[in-house]
Design a binder for this molecule. Sequence first.
Ligand code: SF4
Ligand code: SF4
Length: 328
Amino acid sequence: MESGDMGGVKAPAIFSIQNFCLHDGPGVRSIVFLKGCPLRCVWCQNPESWRTDPELAFKAHLCIDCKTCVNTCPQQAMSAPGIRDTQKCDGCFACVENCPSEALVCFGKYYSIDQLVESLRPEFPYMKNTGGGVTFSGGEPTLFLEFVGQLSKRLHEEGIHTALETCGYFDSEKEIGFLSDIDLVLFDIKLYDEKAHRKFCGKSNKMIKQNLTRLSASSLGGTGPVIWPRLPLIPTVTDTTENLTGWAQFLKNIGISFLTLVPYHNMGDGKREWLNLPLASEFPALTEKHLQVSIDLLEKNGISCFAPGEEDWAQTDFKAVSDPRTVT
Ligand code: SF4
Ligand code: SF4
């Protein structure tokens, strides 16, 4: 499939599918990573997820300087290995195919729903045996909720549980209906203070708080997916007393008493270099002691804390895990 339009439904470019994952929902899961994100969190380790369209990356350390990319580009857009005129480049990715050393790579590929279901099918037995399923991540999969909703329905027909990870920044007036086709929403929260959220994530958090409130109400009312919040613990940014107590109060007010803490690890800037992006901000390493201080603070404020993959899903109405829905 070569375009992002699938029978009138906007289709995402997928930049990765990872199998046998244990950290993004119950059981053994496959994670489908969709390209496109409205936020720009300064600690982001997946910069290849930002843009919605497939994009070219150059791994200079693998280049053998054969100049095949320069000599075979149909648009004569490549002036030197990895250096191209983006006005001339039409995204054919012939350079990726022709590169003998995998120094040029393309992040993102379009799939139809049928193609995705078939590529996930070999994993279905592991998912079913463990109460697992498929998690849509990114990037921000709510940018493509109609597509994701249809894909989720197809997976339900196969008896597969579905989850979606979101930053919460989406128009719930327009999009919330599609979420009813998902079993579980892993809802990422970051900065409680709006100014700080703008500073570190690039956008206001007002809509995020509204969406979390709304989704929690529909979940508690039995009309929406299960909502499970997650907070990346970034030392000196999201692990402050003000931030943690702000979120603890907010969550309690909307009827949620649990949270997954996702520890920050600095994984290096390789992908930013490949994409010619500015390097990420660096933060101190998260120590066990700091992690424990955050857990103690949240628990003192009435929030049970979990590590990724160690959640107690029984805290929620999780019938769908042991008894996957069949949608006809
Ligand atoms: S084709 Fe690949 S290895 Fe050859 S010059 Fe271009 S990027 Fe380098
Ligand atoms: S994607 Fe196509 S047009 Fe763009 S630099 Fe590569 S070969 Fe040239």
